[in-house]
Design a protein around this ligand. Sequence first.
Ligand code: NDP
Length: 329
Amino acid sequence: MSFRALLTDKHADGKVTSAVQELDEARLPKGNVTVDIEWAGLNYKDGMVLTGAGNMVRDYPHVAGIDFSGTVSASDDWRYHKGDKVLLTGWRVGETQWGGYAEKARVNGDWLVPMPKGLSPRDAMVLGTAGLTAMLAIDRLEAAGVSKTIGPILVTGAAGGVGTIAISLLAKLGYEVAALSGRPQHAEALKALGATTAVDRQDFISGPDKPLEAARWAGAIDNVGGPLLGKVLKQVHYDGVVASIGMAGGTDLPTTVLPFILRGVTLIGIDSVMRPMEPRVAAWKRLGELFDAKAYAGLVEEIGLEGLPEAGGRILAGEVKGRVLVKLR
Ligand code: NDP
């Protein structure tokens, strides 16, 4: 029995390349559940793995893909049976383990999530790691008491995967949302998704620079990090809450303690990869209830395995709009 996979390899000169190959099932890694993959997602981290950036892969050849959905084809785990619809995100699958860019995966059943009510395997990957992370961030903002009335929630990296899904979920929950993007050409699409205001990244960064600035945001979901996150913190209202998700603009955080000690701002870190099962399953249940797949349809691009190396470069260049889905069967 063989299956198609995008095999990523590192060459003697250090270059990392990927090509579609036919593999024997005997090459699948150890695990107690085998899944026929239907859909996989493309995330910023997948772009890094496909290009070798960040040295996240220990053993080559490798199969990338940090999230996937599909149907169980064989299981030695009492919780899963042939025919069950499942999804997987995180747990370093696609980094230290073979991931979703293949027609089959073999994984530890502990990492799987049963398909939530209200989501098809395709919907689950429209959301994928991006959707789970956006939901976890909103859960944490709510738990920290973020205000619905004092001002908008600012979403940075707004036209990307996490950003677009966060906008759509926040709007559905009744928050006013400001979408900060470096690509003004997507402003209308972000407003159609539920953003009330579009903020131009260039204008935002080049505005006045003081230790504390006029308070504009009740909270923020930040996908960018770096100086942009430092700037966001200066503009958050008293008792505001900011969720730090990403590093598309850098890993440093130039800030002072002033937003924290003079305005009581809370900065929360979000990790979707190792999130324990209970909050993870609860977040997926909530996504099944809240996510409007129809309203999001225009932000989804479908590709095959062959299209991944090119799309991986595009996501790192900040050129992907919404979510890229990989159709496996
Ligand atoms: P995308 O590439 O889809 O979105 C990132 C967005 O950030 C881009 O669309 C762009 O938005 C903006 N951006 C890109 N480059 C820059 C830059 N140099 N400076 C400022 N803004 C930039 O990625 P995802 O949405 O999948 O992921 C977003 C971030 O969150 C990534 O850093 C990713 O690694 C991280 N992440 C973290 C997770 C966690 O568990 N903590 C889970 C998932 C993702 P625009 O053009 O609108 O400005």
